[in-house]
Design a protein around this ligand. Sequence first.
Ligand code: PRP
Length: 181
Amino acid sequence: MKTLLQGIDRVLISQEALQTRVAELAEQISADYKGLNPLLVCVLKGGYIFLADLSRALSINHAVDFMAISSYGNGSVSSGVVRILKDLDRDISGRNVLLVEDIIDTGNTIAYIMENLRTRQPASVRVCTLLSKPSRREVFLQADYVGFEIPNDFVIGYGLDYAEAYRNLPYIGVLKPEVYS
Ligand code: PRP
């Protein structure tokens, strides 16, 4: 833990604040999807911890599935053109799908995935994201459930990484610029 803490500038969202907000989102989603047995789709890898906590906080029956994607292009800014590395296990026609993301930045990734999933005739597709950076948006996209709107900081922890590190932090932290610049 000592090494992990070295690159962190400050805590942006504490473990307690995350737990409280996840519980609130779960209550709202449980009410909205009552009797619908929704399918929660996690986009790997960043969403895995949020999905695990959200799923356990839901009071309704639901299923989970996973997609793994890889962005084309060079690196830090997503173009939204993605290659599906792992597709959903099951057909989603007629299902109420809730995409679970750790963060919406430009919005390109989730816009592409939603477009792709909508071709499969689901009953509905909605988005639940823990974090959103509205100032970075390149496509018009409003998530149905948003945990926190945040400024344009380099955030890590609770599933979010820098070079695959920091995902296991129990809070959302801001990385020191000297780590990534
Ligand atoms: C992150 C995040 C979203 C995407 C958001 O994934 O999980 O999928 O970027 O960015 P956008 O709104 O600009 O498209 P990342 O590519 O970092 O992969 P990871 O989830 O495996 O860490």
